[in-house]
Structure formats: C-alpha cells, structure tokens
Ligand binder design. Sequence first.
Ligand code: GDP
Length: 463
Amino acid sequence: MYERDTIAAIATPPGQGGVAIIRVSGPQAEIVARQVFVFSHSPDPLLSHRFYFGRIIDPLTRSPLDQGLLVLMRSPQSYTGEDIVEIHCHGGSLLSRRVLTAVLAQGARFATPGEFTKRAFLNGRLDLSQAEAVLDLIQAKSDQGLSLAWEQLAGRLSAACAALRERLLVLTAYLEAFIDFPEDDIPERSQTELAHELQVLIADVDSLCATFSQGKVYREGIRTAIIGKPNVGKSSLLNLLAGSERAIVTAVPGTTRDVLEETVVIGGVPLVVWDTAGLRHPTDEVERIGVERARAGLREAELVLAVFDASRPFDEEDKAVCAELVAKSVIPVLNKIDLPLVVHPPDLEKRLRAEPLVHLSAKSGIGLEKLTERIQQATLGTQSVFIEGQDGGAIVSRVRHRDALTKTVQNLRQASTSLIEGVPPDLVAVDLHAALDHIGEITGHVSTEDILDKVFREFCIGK
Ligand code: GDP
C-alpha cells in the first residue's frame, strides 16, 4: 500500500512559466537533491523551511543546468509528512524536465498521479475528504466552489461525519452490551430509546446527504446546452452570460475535434456550456459532426436554454427545437425583444407547455436579471442562493460522499426495522457496523486500496 521510497515530479503545469518546481518526497529527498544542487554558500546542516540559492547541475557531467532555489521541509512538517525538497528553477518545459531527469537519475522514482497527496493521507496529514478537497480547490469553477472546497479542506465535512460516527458508536456499544447477555431481552424502555435515537440519527444523516443537491452544483457546475435555430442569438447569449462575470474556457478532447467547454458563473451558479452547433439538418460532413455533438450535449445537459427569435416568425426549425425539449429542465428564452415583435409570446408558451418565457435582449442585456433568477431557481430550487455558513453546516459535494451517506442511511433504516421487529441485538448490530463502515469511508477511516485508487486517480502528477 505504501512503499517508503523517494518520489519526484514536476509540480507546476506543463509549458512555459515564471518558475517550475520539481518536488521530491521521501527519506532520500535531501540526499538526492544535494546531488543536483550546488549551494552558493555551503549550509550544514540544511535548515528546514528555508530557501537556499544555488546552481542546479547535471550530476553526471557536473555541467550547470540553471540557477535557482532549494527548500527542504523536514518530516513531519511537510505536505506529505515525509522529507520534501522542492527545487525552483526557471519555468521552461525542457529545463524542468532535465532537472527532473537529473533527480530521477539519483534514485528517486517518478511519482504516480496524486501520490504526494496519497502519502499525505497515509501519513495522517489529511483525511480522505480533505485530500479530495485539495483537488476541488484546484478545479474550482466558481467562488462558491472555492469556498466549499476550502471548508472541506479545513475539515468541516470531516467534523460532521466524525460527530455522526461518534453517536453511532455510542448506540452500537449500548446495543452490544445486550449481546453479552443473550438470555436478557432488551428492556422495553431501552428499546424505545434506542429506536428513537436511531430515528434522530437517520434524519441527521439524511439532511447531510440532502446538501448534495447544492454542493454538486457548486463543485461541478450545471451542464447546460444553449439551443435554437441559427441566428437566434445563442452566441450572443453566451457572450452576455460570460461577460456578466467571467468565463473559463477548457478544451475537452472529443472524438472528432476538441469541444470547447465554457464555464460561466451566473448568479453564483457555475454553468458548464458547450460550444453547441445548431440542430438543423446537416448539409455536409462538418455540419453533421456539429449536429451530432449538439445532440450528445443535449442528451447530457441538466439545463437547457432554448432560444427563440422575437423578430422572426416561428417556423419549422423552431418547431424542431421544441421537439428536442421533452423531459428536460428548460428555460425558454425569447431573444431580440429590442426589435419589433413578430412572435406572439402566449402562443409560443402554449406550444412549449413549459415555464414562462424569459424576455431578453442579448444585445442590450435587458432581461438578464430575470434570466439569472430563473437559472438560480432551476438549479438551486428554493434553497438559499449560497449555503455558506448555514448553521455552520457541512456540505456534501461529491458523489462518493453522497453514496456513502445513502448506504449509511439504508443500514440504519434496516437496523431500525429490525429493532422494532424484535430481531436479536447481534443481528441489529451487524447493520450498525455496516453503517459505521460506510460513514467511515468518507474520511478514509475505513478505506480499501480500491477506494484510494479511485480517489487519487483523478489527481494530476505532481500533486
Ligand atoms: P446564433 O447563430 O444563434 O449563435 O446567433 P448570434 O448570437 O450569432 O446572433 C445572430 C445575429 O443576431 C447577430 O447579428 C447578433 O448581433 C444579432 N442579435 C443577437 N441577439 C440580439 C438581440 O438581442 N437584439 C438584436 N437586435 N440583435 C441580436
């Protein structure tokens, strides 16, 4: 599970930049680093958490590669809990790879994705939900997503799970006291109290689980498709949304060519929007690919902004758009309301049999406020716009955590039913132990190699 060797990787993103950092962690970190770094003023011993200036060399030829900084963070006061050395060189991609190669040639092993954080977990520097929060901080799409990740890293979710687990442990211990005396039935009063306490616990785990609907929105964003016939103003709408706060554009490798995914934050809600082509009948291969992508996007979309043109008559193409909207969460938008109205809004609403239209001018921004409200309603429902600080409560934002809580509740419900039906206490205890295991999976109190692999596979190399 944990090979105590020394690992190394480039911790900064690939490409050119101001600096690149080569990170080395493990018992040999200092020895390895001293082979590739020549200090300007020989320090002995090397002090922890202090920067030193010097030259980085190729240890085989002794020829200089660069000049830079070295910092040693001695165990246990480091990210991984092991000795860590970071070498800061100029941020060139060839240069940083040469420095890494030099480090690897001295006996360090190339780190696997997330291995530094995995070691931090295995050394008790972070629990599992905090390790995941590190990734969430890096990948956050909105300010709210950032604060959520930060709260989780600071241990809010861990504390909530620990408190629930503690209550469950007390309950289990109480029940197990009766197992030791099988000839005694559980006294009726104790049984009622136990059943009551179990019900309260179920309700509390359930309400933690229910925070997922919001947590997910802030962590992952809402997959959103903007659809409509050509020239209704889909790109203009996207630009309006992007301009209102900010946009992060990410290239997602597709099968045919890269698909651009843009995250726009609107009213605090991150919307992950694809560059969707129209849904018209394709006339050539390029269009066919575009339409296919649009359809795939639409299938996966959690929210659809269906755009109609107020200045042109409703036509067959609009009808085709309407046909795509079945069983989807749709906000219909009537765009170009700054132009003379040709479409009769009540007719369109009748046809859509959906939510009322949002009247918008993507050109002037009229109606943006209303659209923002509708997006918040559709994604966050009646809950407050941002949950931060709500009774100091923790928020669940990952499917893994939600699933563990759901299983915990199932086990607790089973235990509760068994208790009421007078099933022997040792059988009830089996369900309580299963519940303890499931809630323990969130923080890694209970973990298997399989769980760890799944968690750390998501990380990049060097983190
Ligand atoms: P798309 O093909 O659906 O992406 O449409 P575009 O966003 O490219 O817009 C098509 C044309 O409509 C462009 O000339 C825009 O400037 C214009 N347009 C978009 N929104 C509005 C609007 O609200 N009012 C007016 N007057 N023109 C608009």
